[in-house]
Ligand binder design. Structure first.
Ligand code: AMP
Ligand code: MG
Length: 342
């Protein structure tokens, strides 16, 4: 696996961007930084390259990929029937951590869309990602650059840990500032529906889409046998090897529960406000109301839990507001939907 170094957009950057673009044009796989998490990119038009993404990640074939573009003119090549409300959202949130699901055109292979007649599209904000997309001249299919099921990668080292030897190159760049994957909204249904929460919040979306539906699978386990709007939501996800349990309740009830059940857990993931009363080993995701910080640290901490060898971890559920909804959505999946109501 090649390593391309792109810490800064300096003179050397042009060379590295050209190398990354050449690999992509030749059907290779390159892990690239975005503002959300590292993505594993390949040409969205190249079926064998797309097949290699699924192989490298061990991703189920029915879980579709997000297609990344750098110019709005690329959109009409891959998506159609774009409603005024979808257009308004893209104008407001692009470039940025926002993905629109839209009816697809024929140029998008079924392997990219997981056999659906829709395609998920995002225009990222990260300058390195944008430069690589532009230089390749291709829309890039790019799921998170981790092994399927494990916590998403927010640093280049996370990508190397998971995919070394399985992909052609990784771009070594800054850590991802958001830390969780993009907000996904489908405009293929009326009214539009939030499928995955992210840094563009439900509150922000509702200002533009007053009748937005929050898919029930955002905060709960999809019912068995019922079709899910977003195939990715039915899988246990983002999970460390340790068994994780999510506890919902106040600071006092969380600390009391952990301290009285300290034989059951070897580690707790909590907030600054919990720390002074906790008697078991723990790590704080930051202040209870600082959801941006929690999102930034989340996947790094889930990976650290495995590195330290913890086996049973209790996590204090975040507030379901702002970016906290995204943190809650990832943690409930990391916990395989095991929740204790305190
Ligand atoms: P990842 O690429 O790992 O960030 O995951 C992409 C997410 O977007 C998954 O949860 C997918 O199920 C979802 N997604 C991608 N394409 C579509 C689509 N056409 N319809 C619904 N959900 C989609
Ligand atoms: Mg993923």
């Amino acid at each position: 696996m090649k390593t391309l170094h792109l810490k800064a957009m300096d003179e050397n950057a042009v060379n590295e961007i050209t190398k990354a673009a050449e690999i992509l044009k030749n059907g290779g796989l390159v892990a690239i930084p975005t503002e959300t998490v590292y993505g594993l990119a390949a040409s969205a038009f190249n079926e064998s390259a797309v097949a290699n993404i699924f192989k490298a990640k061990g991703r189920p074939n029915d879980n579709p990929l997000i297609v990344h573009i750098a110019e709005i003119t690329e959109l009409e090549k891959i998506a159609k029937d774009i409603t005024p409300i979808a257009k308004k959202c893209m104008d407001s949130f692009w470039p940025g951590p926002f993905t629109a699901v839209l009816p697809k055109t024929e140029v998008i292979p079924a392997s990219v869309s997981g056999g659906l007649n829709t395609v998920a599209v995002r225009m990222p904000n990260n300058p390195v990602a944008r430069a690589i997309i532009k230089k390749s001249g291709l829309p890039l299919a790019a799921p998170s650059a981790n092994r399927s099921g494990s916590p998403s990668p927010s640093t280049a080292n996370h990508v190397i840990d998971d995919l070394d030897g399985r992909i052609d190159a990784v771009v070594i760049s800054e850590n991802c500032e958001v830390g969780v994957e993009s907000t996904v909204v489908t405009f293929a249904t009326e009214p539009p529906r939030l499928l995955r929460p992210g840094a563009v919040t439900a509150e922000q979306l509702k200002e533009l889409i007053p009748d937005l539906i929050i898919d029930p699978a955002v905060t709960a386990e999809p019912e068995k046998g019922v079709a899910v709007a977003s195939p990715g939501m039915k899988y246990k996800h983002y999970a460390p090897k340790a068994e994780v349990i999510m506890a919902v309740g106040s600071i006092n009830s969380f600390c009391e529960y952990c301290n009285t059940h300290k034989a059951d857990f070897d580690f707790a993931l909590c907030y600054d406000e919990d720390e002074k009363n906790l008697l078991i080993p723990h790590l704080s995701l930051g202040e209870n109301e600082n959801h941006e910080k929690q999102a930034e640290l989340l996947f790094k901490y889930l990976r650290d839990i495995d590195k330290k060898g913890y086996k049973r971890v209790i996590v204090h559920a975040p507030l379901k507001e702002g970016v906290g909804l995204a943190v809650y959505n990832r943690l409930i999946r990391a916990a395989g939907f095991k929740v204790i109501d305190l």
